[in-house]
Design a protein around this ligand. Structure first.
Ligand SMILES: NC(=O)C1=CN([C@@H]2O[C@H](COP(=O)(O)OP(=O)(O)OC[C@H]3O[C@@H](n4cnc5c(N)ncnc54)[C@H](O)[C@@H]3O)[C@@H](O)[C@H]2O)C=CC1
Ligand SMILES: O=C(O)/C=C/C=C(\O)C(=O)O
Length: 480
């Protein structure tokens, strides 16, 4: 049994109240570990440790803080295989995906901000003969980082790394559904010699440990990724305390396929953007709009390639679709499949839970699912399902495609498939989406601003945006 402990003031410790939660392997449905069910007392202890560590950490030269981060990145890379295995077991994702995506990206997050922070320069504004203004960016203090279960170490480190880089100390909480790699990260931070209290990782539920982080007046900023409803709740709690908030929330992303596109590339990537990580990435393109002249051809090839997807044991070679993260989530996704049928959709593929044999007989597996015949306004095309379920819809004009693409409350990402560069720019600029990909998907450059419009979030992460978020800008005006 994996016995997870909190990382508090540089040590691995039991939760103060001694309460634990079960950790379940979604591929087997079996409990395989225990995680601390921490509460406000653990958060208060973490806050005290972080506040004590803050003066020395923020006083270090950026290069020195960066060296700690690069060391942690090296250790993640060293342990790639162990971490990938842990991520796959905790989340249900294919081991092959965790190996090439989750864990390498977690290492890149630390390396990127560790090597980047020395280049984070202040601005100066000279008013000739009158005054020199310069900007100092102070770390905001102790911050909270709260992350979800879909890309556990990838998103946890995406928040922690920039916060540490600029000199903040951190109280962080990974999802209680996928805590394992965050626990291994605490071991690596100890091995890297990260000073005690600089990073504290408190495990527990959202309403328990998570809420305590958000409510604590000592936490000056919160970076959160998760569901939109949770984000709204966080904002309501934190706003009266004027905390800085960065919220990366849900998506219902359109995938616009124009008739002049490279069809082979569009289909191949659309399979990935629909079903990667069992569709449990906020950037997945769950609404596929295809221009009518190529609709039937796209559909036939999409369904042919879909049939090659292999739902199976996440640890097995050749598996492309692992388990959904939990039984509750599987049931939520299944309820949307039933809803799609009630709303009059035609099931083109999938739609059923998959019963595997052997060690995965009790796992939470689902066939990748495709519907057509659902209007853009129906609930299945409006609400975030966050699973391997997509709809196909034909369109005639660019105007229709844009109107339907923009018709949800979300505005996270969008993908455009076209060979017409004018159209690509024109459509991209009219999409209500924080990230637009043209002829590609999930192509990431960590320097770019990342985040959503409308109900998909507040603020941007990535590059300088993240470094700015975790700092307080101060203007100093010197009379000349
Ligand atoms: N946009 C995204 O990346 C994600 C979206 N979701 C969506 O949200 C739905 C619900 O999934 P959940 O696992 O329940 O996500 P969630 O939004 O509840 O969980 C995300 C994180 O927030 C924490 N949390 C929950 N309540 C909190 C509170 N009151 N205060 C502080 N922290 C809190 C959780 O413990 C977890 O660490 C999913 O079905 C999916 O549609 C879920 C995960 C990621
Ligand atoms: O930063 C990225 O590359 C991906 C981010 C993905 C999410 O925020 C998500 O799926 O929740």
């Amino acid at each position: 049994m994996l016995g997870i402990r909190n990382y508090l003031n540089g040590r691995l410790v039991a939760p103060l109240a001694g309460r634990y939660l079960d950790n379940i392997d979604p591929a087997t449905g079996q409990v395989y570990g225990q995680i601390p069910d921490s509460d406000a007392s653990d958060v208060a202890a973490a806050l005290a440790a972080a506040e004590a560590a803050l003066p020395a950490w923020r006083a270090l030269p950026a290069e020195e803080r960066g060296r700690y981060l690069v060391k942690i990145a090296d250790l993640i890379n060293r342990d790639l295989e162990r971490l990938a295995h842990a991520e796959s077991q905790d989340n249900g994702k294919p081991l092959s995906l965790a190996r090439v995506m989750d864990i390498p990206r977690a290492a890149s997050n630390f390396a990127f901000f560790g090597t980047g922070v020395p280049h984070f320069a202040s601005e100066a504004h000279l008013q000739e003969g009158l005054a020199l203004n310069y900007t100092v960016r102070h770390p905001v203090g102790v911050v909270g980082c709260i992350s979800p279960w879909n890309l556990p170490l990838y998103l946890f480190t995406w928040k922690i790394a920039p916060a540490l880089a600029v000199g903040c100390c951190v109280v962080a909480k990974p999802s209680e559904i996928t805590p394992a790699t965050a626990y291994y990260l605490s071991e690596l931070c100890i091995e890297a010699g990260l000073p005690a209290g600089v990073l504290n990782i408190i495990h527990g539920t959202g309403p328990g440990a998570g809420q305590a982080i958000v409510e604590h007046p000592g936490i000056k900023a919160i970076s959160f990724t998760g569901g939109t409803a949770t984000g709204q709740h966080l904002a309501r709690t934190a706003a009266p305390m004027f905390k800085k908030l960065s919220l990366e929330l849900g998506g219902k992303n359109p995938n616009l396929v124009f008739a002049d596109c490279d069809l082979a590339a569009a289909v191949k990537t659309s399979i990935r953007s629909s079903f990667a990580n069992q569709g449990q990435i906020c950037l997945c393109g769950s609404r596929i709009f295809v221009q009518r002249p190529i609709y039937e051809e796209f559909k036939a090839e999409f369904l042919r390639q879909l049939a090659e997807q292999k739902v199976g044991d996440p640890l097995a070679e050749g598996t492309t679709q692992g388990a959904l993260v939990s039984e509750a989530h599987l049931n939520k996704v299944l309820s949307y499949i039933r809803l799609a049928e009630e709303e009059g959709g035609t099931l083109l593929a999938g739609g059923e839970r998959v019963q595997l044999e052997g060690r995965c007989a009790q796992g939470y597996f689902l066939q990748p699912t495709v519907f057509e015949g659902l209007g853009p306004e129906c609930r299945v095309n409006q609400e975030e399902i966050f699973g391997p379920v997509v709809t196909l819809t034909p369109f005639d004009t660019e105007e229709d495609a844009l109107a339907w693409a923009n018709s949800t409350v979300y505005g996270l990402s969008a993908t455009i498939w076209t060979r017409d560069l004018d159209r690509a720019h024109r459509v991209a600029h009219q999409l209500h989406a924080g990230v637009v990909w043209v002829n590609t998907w999930l192509h990431r450059d960590l320097r770019t601003p990342f985040g959503g419009m409308k109900s998909s979030g507040v603020g941007r992460e990535g590059g300088l945006e993240a470094l700015r978020f975790f700092t307080e800008a101060q203007n100093v005006c010197v009379k000349l």
